[in-house]
Design a protein. Structure first.
Length: 334
């Protein structure tokens, strides 16, 4: 068995196909970053279409890398690029549509809905919850209080979410019910049932059955089949995934990473040997020193033990300097 075969997370992905598709996706992202499609209903619409190509390929590249066995610490960093590309598309599409609530995903389409809940699940599993407000800012204007699973997944990382009892697709009923189950045993059985239904319910998705053409002649759609939201629910509910962790659509590595990351925050020392490695804005600083805001290209700040961790002043997606919450990592003793 090759090194690639031992690291890949789904058996449908060959090294030849991965290398070929990775190159194509990189070329697509590079091209549409600097060009706009030649056809479309006006300049704004063409720019929005080009931005969608970039965002869609950036997301596909991320999933392809995960399927190929990429290091999760690296993917944790790269998740922000997916969010940033979707933000750029959302801004462009809203301008083209002259509609400030236009979302990047259409929940009525199961492929789009799945992409949205996958993205929220990744924010939890990779411990990038500081990205959740940015995801919500794209989707809330149109979908706030319109879907139970969307609200419930966001509620684990954001305050002020809405309690609703309605959803867009019947497939997600078992997963939703798992989040309200009276016992862990019932929750586990509901997640397992959801996983069994997941792939057959995705027949309308453009990537369904794409593994049958995962080759350099006919392929390009397959980047992995992952019910990431199921792993997110399992992790958030603290359920035992032993009975379904080997299900082909269950991203067990992500669930394991999330739990191990939690454990490291409680057990790993900082450079000084005490306190947690990272602290969020608004939480109490555990140690005097220089702290670095993860995901922001800004200088470290000196924070005194016992003080509240600050927000960060950084450019938003429009380049405007504004105050933002951040995840602070201890860098060094002052």
């Amino acid at each position: 068995m090759s090194d690639f075969d031992s690291k890949r997370r789904q058996r449908f992905l060959s090294e030849e196909y991965f290398t070929w598709l990775s190159s194509i996706i990189r070329e697509e992202i590079e091209h549409w970053t600097h060009h706009v499609p030649p056809t479309g209903n006006g300049d704004d619409a063409r720019k929005a279409m080009g931005a969608w190509y970039v965002a869609n390929e950036t997301y596909r590249q991320f999933l392809l890398q995960y399927t190929a066995g990429a290091d999760l610490h690296q993917l944790r960093i790269e998740l922000e690029a997916v969010v940033t590309s979707l933000e750029a598309y959302t801004v462009a599409q809203r301008k083209a549509e002259k509609n400030d609530s236009y979302p990047p995903f259409m929940f009525g389409e199961i492929q789009d809905y799945e992409s949205a809940v996958q993205l929220i699940g990744l924010c939890h599993l990779l411990h990038r919850r500081e990205l959740l407000p940015r995801v919500a800012a794209m989707l809330d204007p149109f979908y706030r209080a319109r879907d139970t699973l969307y609200e419930d997944l966001l509620a684990y990382g954001m305050d002020g979410r809405v309690d609703v009892d309605v959803w867009f697709h019947e497939l997600y009923r078992d997963l939703i019910n798992s989040m309200y189950s009276d016992t862990d045993e019932l929750g586990i059985s509901l997640v397992r049932s959801y996983l069994d239904k997941w792939y057959p319910a995705m027949t309308a998705a453009s990537w369904h059955d794409s593994h049958l053409k995962a080759n350099t002649t006919d392929g390009g759609a397959y980047v992995g089949y992952w019910a990431i939201e199921a792993a997110a629910a399992t992790y958030l509910l603290e359920l035992d995934d032993t009975s379904f962790r080997d299900h082909i659509a269950y991203p067990k590595d992500l669930a394991d990473f999330a739990r191990q990351f939690d454990a490291s925050q409680h057990s790993q020392p900082t450079a000084l040997g005490i306190g947690p490695v990272t602290v969020r804005s608004g939480q109490v600083c555990p140690e005097t020193g220089v702290w670095k805001a993860q995901g922001h290209n800004v200088p470290g700040v000196l924070v005194q033990k016992g003080e509240r961790m600050p927000d960060v002043f950084a450019p938003d997606r429009n380049g405007v300097l504004r105050q933002q919450a951040a995840l602070w990592e201890f860098e060094r003793k002052a």
